[in-house]
Design a protein around this ligand. Structure first.
Ligand code: RIB
Length: 352
């Protein structure tokens, strides 16, 4: 007797009900579902996903490619996507591109050979996702883009309102009285970094505050980039009294540079980040930061993808989530101009 028939007999249900439970393809009353799952376990049945995938030309796998698993922002995004995928009977396979387009391309090419039900991507630097999504589309597989958009992207996407989030943070610094502001941006070929800089510039424009180009330092979205570029800012005269960091990892590096320069945050230099990571509660001082929900980004992307898998062939969806500003102790009113000359760059101790 086949495994399926054994399960049906043991659970006292039809073969069709067994198939619905195994494929999550119809609503089955919970007590019946539990009886079937217990029978599956008792029989030791293991469906052959690859064989099933070949029959259907699709597996229940969703591939996800992210830039940098060591950036604590991304695990929340993955968790949001995985929760929604799992609740709908899909399994997430995670790949890390190291923010490099060639590794991202290698992952996308290999994932395609596993007949995925769909793909979620946070594009790497100089991503070629737009072309790759077309290859997937021709194979009948949907791709949803999260967080930053590659060139000429026309597919489904989920981002936050980066421009408004940055504007709100910098406008708060302006209203505290800061006139000597600076920013350490992310890589400006990425749309999220570019939009955060646009929000910074709009807040200054509306306050009629003009800054020289050197008060805008482009970095990578990591602590090292934040550290090095903040050192450069702190040598400027007049020294900035407030810095907007384009993400919390940059802000961590900025805190390090401020401390190594013998300066105090926020008394000498106020600091605002972006992401509102949990670690911002434990830094000294606790980090004021623009809050974006990585979890919601991932969950929204997976929901759009599963609607596509179920047959939604409507126009492309562009979900833009709102941000908020979490106020903490890393910001205050600017020091009196007289204090600005208390600590000169000669106090800096270079890190080895
Ligand atoms: O990838 C770097 C940044 O992009 C993250 O920290 C988060 O801000 C995302 O938008």
């Amino acid at each position: 007797m086949s495994n399926m028939k054994q399960i049906a007999k043991m659970a006292r249900v039809s073969l069709g009900t067994v198939s619905h439970v195994l494929n999550n393809s119809a609503n089955v009353r919970e007590p019946v579902r539990q009886r079937v799952l217990e029978a599956v376990s008792a029989v030791g049945y293991q469906p052959n996903q690859l064989a099933r995938g070949l029959r259907r030309d699709k597996t229940n796998m969703i591939g996800m490619v992210i830039p940098d698993i060591t950036n604590p922002f991304f695990p929340a995004v993955v968790r949001g996507a995985e929760d929604v995928a799992f609740a709908n009977g899909y399994r997430l396979v995670l790949c890390n591109s190291d923010n490099h387009h060639s590794k991202e391309l290698a992952h996308l090419n290999e994932l395609r050979t596993y007949l995925p039900a769909g793909i979620i991507v946070i594009p790497s630097n100089f991503s070629d996702l737009t072309a790759q999504a077309e290859v997937y589309r021709r194979a009948g597989t949907g791709v949803v883009c999260i967080d930053r958009l590659p060139k000429n992207w026309r597919g489904d996407s989920v981002t936050v309102d980066n421009e408004q989030g940055a504007f709100q943070a910098v406008d708060y610094l302006v209203k505290l009285g800061h006139k000597h502001l600076a920013t350490v941006t992310g890589p400006l070929h990425l749309t999220n970094a570019k939009d955060r800089l646009a929000g910074f510039n709009r807040a200054l424009d509306e306050a009629k505050i003009h800054i020289l180009p050197e008060y805008i330092q482009e970095a990578t979205f990591d602590k090292r980039g934040g550290y090095l570029k903040t050192l450069a800012l702190l040598h400027l005269v007049p020294r900035p009294t407030a810095i907007f960091a384009a993400n919390d990892m940059i802000a961590l590096g900025a805190l390090l540079a401020i401390r190594e320069g013998g300066l105090r945050c926020p008394e000498d230099v106020s600091l605002v980040g972006f992401d509102d990571l949990d670690l911002g509660e434990t830094t000294n001082p606790a980090l004021c930061s623009v809050s974006q929900s990585g979890y919601q980004l991932g969950a929204s992307a997976a929901s759009i993808l599963i609607d596509r898998i179920k047959g939604d062939d409507g126009p492309a969806k562009h979900v833009v989530l709102k941000t908020s500003l979490t106020l903490r102790n890393s910001v205050t009113t600017p020091p009196e101009m007289s204090e600005l000359h208390l600590v000169q760059p000669s106090n800096f101790v270079r890190r080895h």
